[in-house]
Design a protein around this ligand. Sequence first.
Ligand SMILES: [Zn+2]
Length: 454
Amino acid sequence: MTNFIKTLAPFAINHGRLNGVLPSLILAQGILESAWGTSDLATKANNLFGIKASNWTGETYTKRTAEQRPDGSVYYINADFRSYDTYEGCVIDLCHKYTHGTGWEDFNRYEDVLNQADYKRATQAVKDAGYATDVNYPSKLNKLIEQHNLTQYDREVCTMVKIALDAGHGVNTPGKRTPDGEREWTFNNCVVNSAIKHLRIYEGVEVLRLDDETGRIDVPLSARTRKANDWGAHALVSVHHNANTGDWGDWTGTETYTYSADVPESERLAEIVQGGLLSAYGLRNRGLKKANFHMLRESRMPAILTEGGYMDSSIDIKKLRDTDVLEKAGQSIAESVAEYFNLSTKQKAITADQGNEVLYWAELLEGGSDGQQSWAYGMLQKFFNCTGDRLLIDPNQVKYLKTLIEKDDRGVRLWAKQELERYVDTNQVIYLATLLKESDGQRAWAAAQMPKYL
Ligand SMILES: [Zn+2]
């Protein structure tokens, strides 16, 4: 079985990429329609998809096939099928069918099959376009894709892995707070922000937040899953913290949920994430759980929901009030997602030359003329990829915000924390840049840390 996949995969990847067809779809159709390459057509003609020989000048293979009359009686005819030297020919033909339709079909007939990131959409689109009459055709393909982890081949085609994250609830959602009135959303938000920050160090990742990042609006669940589905996310992580009675108690632990049905890909992701969360929180392992939660049920990609610890637990609250723990939890989610998708860290090597440039800009930012300062600021903005809400500010502003984090006023502390998340920490960057000039070990370490800020 694995040999069949190995033989077919290079063709599926190559022609899938050229034509916008998901390799997982091609592979699953090949498996299903040729019974793992054992059918007559496959062994005699390398024809995996039962493509007939109409409008075909190449070799053919004639096969006696059973047909059925309306009254149910069976008769046999000889049908001509296309014959190929290798599997590659029939993969090309299948892709051609999707991009061009066939003779008598609309040119755009298979339009919805193309350029999909989500295999479930692709398999459904194949069925909807009338490729097969079997109503179970999409679910059969989906099952094969999940059982044999065929989406791993899609990642060679879709350059971007899209991760949807949300912090559960909004800051003012009634009920969702500790017995002392701290808000669940702020705990969730801290984890999500950290996860996003750490996902930045990997190549080819796009991140989308499904909640309102200010927390002011509790975005309805249906809007969250619609956003993830429309975007074509490849995975969804919903971050929560648990509650039991709402009064302080000694219940404790971390758990991760997947949808109640059999969802092997979500379960695989949950298993990795739960492992990371356990070491981040250091709380009891409550294990992997299943539930009919909206976020898990209505999302069309592998989806998990994490409950880091109990907000109303006198044990867990110590961890939840420690932002270092919450940041570690976010980091562990990023690392787990990277493991699940086999992501590699950014190869954008930060060279000593680049480090020198950063140092030069930083010096101008501190001591240059007004013109030099704004020029240096612009260069740094560009170098560190500052767009949208991601800003680069002068080290003094970061210093100021950092002093606010030490303040007793929890509101001020949280505000400063949130503000800081939006900024590239220039001090840290400059520190790393100076290390680029040091010993080999320090240089390698600094070069590896730098992309986090890019
Ligand atoms: Zn929650």
